[in-house]
Ligand binder design. Structure first.
Ligand code: B3K
Ligand code: ZN
Length: 868
């Protein structure tokens, strides 16, 4: 299945089931950072439908020490190993293969397979890291049951964790000890995990709805364990929520979570043993912001929820990645929406889609949620797979309604439990449960690019006619697209603002809240109206599309006043701002309507301060850049700055009033009102400091802050607006938190995102300092990721030095951690849209990397960026 063709790509069309199954895997580890020995005993069986196939196992850069078949030592003539695959032509019948290999965790900077992080030994196997640990059929549709035995010196590695249930510990000779684990669920190798070292824990126990006693543990090194309590609570909330909302119970006796300072991604859902980037576990009010707490809860939920969507039902092949990722993002966002504010969660998701996923879908790296081919699967852990994938599940939920959707999910889990499934299986379960034909819906998975809806209205003789046309632009490898099934919500208001409830005449299928579009063009006609109505579309952003409709600023402002739903009000404010900035609306009228809307919100003590904060956060650079055809970076940043400045001048008084009034509620605590008050105060502080960097507020907030949310926001204001106390504040923050890598990452990101071309040199200086730790992915992201992704004036500096810096570092990091390097290279995804010299400079920086990159990860991305 994962054999590339001559074109270098693995193709979906080439899928074949495994010729050999692995029924049971028994692994024993003699752990040592410099020389770990792994013994594997695999119970193998040929697929009766594919007799006579050579047994081929994956195994990358392993030192083979011993190999036996059914107890008999093999001689080199019996097998071939080329550093990537082990071939055994001999076996034809069920057999037992035993291998022993040697690996070197301390030398493993790619953080894939078994590696060292400080005093810990940890694994990361998804997607294809397990083959760096032992010989195996490293593909998700090979799912043995497992026994894992870990042996190590007890003093250095007092805790030994693996997947599944604990199956006994004992002391060995020479100060070593052993722990055994049994994983009774069929589990693919990408979900294998071990963690060993001086770990301590916070712990609780509960009974599941099915009556199983489960111990929940969150583990970290001793100095950090005091900051694990919030994550433990989040595990418990996730477990309970999945029982209640999806009827899914936990299925082992223990659920372990481990925090690691060195981790490439956010976290990993290994069966019964989730391993996390420490930034998504460790938190207290002195070191983590409110945004950190919410992100921790959401990532903990995401990984926990994978236990059903990903682990119990896993993937047939990596092309189905969104089957677990999109579905699990949908599930974790529902969890957050149910626990907190649904509207705010939706705003967060839509910002990410419009600012980043749409850009991905329109850029050089665009791909379908289920691509047809890939060269390197690690490059497909993208916003398209995750966020657009979640939007497709949300669309399905919208089409079917909660009850039918839940029935479809129950059916999916029941039909596929213990299996390796496909997106077709997912839609088949929903089709069977709801009786709906979902064949056209499958196109959402197979076609890349963001669909666009153009809606034209005309009114004559009492007839109001809407023509709705859909079109999806070409993406790499897909020139033409077929129409999608799109539920389009819409509402009409009469001149008095009352809803017009009459149904239109239409060739589209009617829904209670709008229509279902099936074809490239549909018409909707309402007759007998006394005057043209005011139309609103795609409420709640139910369909992840770009919608074009010719509103006037006055109509948008009227709609914003009529609208009661907070998400839709926020969306209208965003449109006013986008219109004021990018044209399409009369700029003066749009700006004045926007200013009035924001003033009303700031004056409205009844409005949720968290919602007001979202409205004050105008569309960011990425969202604006995505919405235009050609990006002149400096001009776009300047236009946005000027608008914010003029709005701030108008709004200074209410901003100051709200800032002062919310001080009491904002003082402390992690409850919703306290977090919302801090969010709005920090937004007001940013606007006010922009207006007058010498004002005392930011400095006072920095000096007196009782929590990291207030302190970091104040630091950012001081540094980004060049306030007089900026340097001193940075220095005191730096010194106060110098022993905490996660908080150090925060000040570094503040420095790297200071909106100024000079920041490019500050970033280069950081890389020349003791703070630069290229083997630590969080640090690389703080220094370079935040610069390349969130500092348009620095990254796109006019002389091209920003591009050169980042491209040079991609090359250097590529030999350390290919996934980190490839991700950084992704910052160039929209380079072809840049105006004039910037485009030439970015192109030159990329071209200079040709032939210089070591890893398949970065080479694949470069080829796609350069279209070669
Ligand atoms: N499944 C992991 C991501 C693995 C990335 C591999 N390069 C985390 C998650 O999405 O839950
Ligand atoms: Zn996931």
């Amino acid at each position: 299945m994962s054999v590339p063709r001559d074109d270098g790509f693995v193709h979906l069309a080439d899928y074949t089931p495994p010729a050999w199954r692995i029924l049971h895997a028994e692994l024993a580890f003699e752990l040592d950072p410099d020389d770990t020995q792994v013994s594997a005993r695999l119970q193998l069986e040929p697929d009766p439908a594919q007799p006579g196939q050579v047994l081929v196992l994956d195994g990358v850069d392993l030192e083979l020490v011993d190999i036996r078949l059914d107890g008999r030592a093999l001689s080199p003539a019996d097998y071939a190993y080329d550093g990537r695959h082990l071939r055994l032509p001999g076996p034809r019948q069920p057999c037992v293969l035993e291998t022993r290999v040697r690996i070197r965790p301390a030398a493993n900077t790619r953080l894939e397979g078994l590696y060292r992080s400080g005093a810990l030994l940890l694994t990361q196997c998804e997607a294809q890291g397990f083959r760096r640990i032992t010989f195996f059929a490293d593909r998700p549709d090979v799912m043995p049951r497992w026994r894992i035995v870990l042996r190590a010196p007890k003093a250095a590695y007092p805790v030994l964790l693996a997947n599944g249930n604990p199956a006994g510990t004992r002391d060995l000779d020479d100060g070593r000890h052993e722990a055994a684990w049994d994983n009774p669920h069929p589990t693919p190798a990408y979900l294998f995990a071990i963690a060993a070292g001086p770990l301590e824990r916070v712990s609780t126990a509960l009974d599941t709805a099915e009556g199983r006693r489960v111990e929940l543990n969150v583990w970290a090194e001793a100095a950090d364990v005091a900051r694990c309590a919030y994550a433990l609570g989040a595990v418990e909330r996730s477990l309970r929520w999945d029982e209640q909302r999806f009827g899914r119970c936990y299925d082992l006796d223990v659920f372990n979570v481990v925090a690691a300072q060195d981790f490439t991604m956010g976290a990993m859902e290994n069966k019964g043993l989730n391993i996390f980037n420490a930034r998504y576990i460790l938190a207290d009010e002195a070191t983590a912001t409110d945004a950190d707490f919410l992100a921790i809860e959401s990532v903990v939920a995401h990984e926990y929820l994978h236990n059903w969507s990903g682990n119990r039902v896993t993937l047939r092949d990596w092309f189905q990645l969104s089957l677990k990722e999109g579905l699990t993002v949908f599930r974790d966002s529902e969890f957050s929406a149910d626990l907190h504010s649904r509207a705010l969660k939706r705003i967060e998701a839509v910002r990410l889609l419009r600012g980043r996923q749409f850009a991905e879908d329109a850029g050089a790296l665009a791909h379908a949620v289920r691509p047809d081919r890939y060269r390197e699967i690690s490059n497909f852990y993208t916003l398209t797979i995750y966020e657009k994938g979640a939007e497709i599940v949300r669309l399905l939920h919208t089409l079917l309604g909660e009850t039918a959707f839940r029935a479809g999910m129950d059916r999916y889990f029941a039909d596929n439990d213990g299996r390796a499934a496909t997106l077709e299986d997912f839609l088949a379960a929903h089709a069977a449960a709801s009786g709906r034909d979902l064949s056209q819906f499958m196109r959402w998975y197979t076609q890349g690019g963001t669909p666009e809806l153009r809606i034209h209205a005309d009114f004559s003789g009492g007839d109001y006619r809407l023509v709705v046309e859909q079109h999806t632009p070409p993406t790499p490898g897909q020139d033409t697209k077929a129409p999608l099934l799109i539920p389009l919500r819409l509402a009409l208001h009469d001149a008095q603002g009352r809803a017009i409830t009459a149904a239109p005449r239409t060739d589209a299928r009617l829904r209670d809240d709008g229509v279902e579009l099936l074809a490239a063009r549909h018409e909707l006609v309402w007759s007998g109206l006394p005057a043209p109505p005011l139309a609103a579309f795609n409420q709640g952003f139910a369909a992840p599309v770009k919608l074009h409709f010719d509103y006037s600023a006055d109509e948008l402002a009227r709609l914003a006043r009529l609208e009661r739903d907070p998400f839709n009000r926020w969306d209208l404010v965003q449109r006013l701002a986008t219109g004021a900035l990018l044209g399409g609306l009369d700029p003066a009228a749009a700006e004045s309507a926007l200013s009035d809307a924001l003033a009303d919100l700031l004056d409205d003590d009844a409005a949720d301060p968290a919602f007001v904060t979202e409205c004050l956060a105008l569309p960011d650079f990425d969202t604006l850049a995505e919405a235009v055809d050609e990006v002149d970076v400096d001009a776009l940043v300047a236009r946005r700055e000027d608008l914010v400045m003029r709005l701030t001048e108008n709004l200074a008084a209410p901003l100051s009033t709200r800032y002062a009034a919310l001080a009491g509620v904002a003082a402390g605590g992690l409850d919703g009102p306290a977090m919302a008050a801090r969010a709005l105060r920090n937004a007001c502080l940013a606007w006010l400091t922009r207006l007058d960097p010498t004002a005392a507020q930011a400095q006072a907030q920095f000096d007196r802050a009782a929590n990291m949310t207030a302190r970091l926001a104040a630091l950012r204001c001081l540094v980004h607006f060049d306030a007089p106390g900026a340097e001193a504040a940075l220095e005191s923050f730096r010194v106060a938190h110098r022993d905490d890598p996660l908080v150090t990452d925060k000040w570094i990101a503040v420095v790297a995102t200071r909106p100024h071309p000079e920041t490019r040199d500050a970033v280069a200086a950081l890389m020349d300092s003791p703070w630069w730790k290229p083997a630590n992915p969080n640090r690389v992201r703080a220094v370079l990721g935040s610069f390349a992704r969130s500092n348009p004036l620095g990254f796109h500096r006019r002389d091209g030095a920003g591009y050169q810096l980042v491209a040079g570092q991609v090359r250097a990091l590529d030999t350390v951690n290919p996934q980190v390097a490839a991700r950084l290279l992704g910052a160039f995804e929209s380079w072809r849209k840049l105006a004039g010299p910037a485009r030439a400079q970015a192109g030159a920086a990329l071209s200079a990397l040709r032939g210089k990159l070591a890893s398949p990860d970065s080479r694949d991305l470069l080829a796609r960026l350069l279209d070669t």
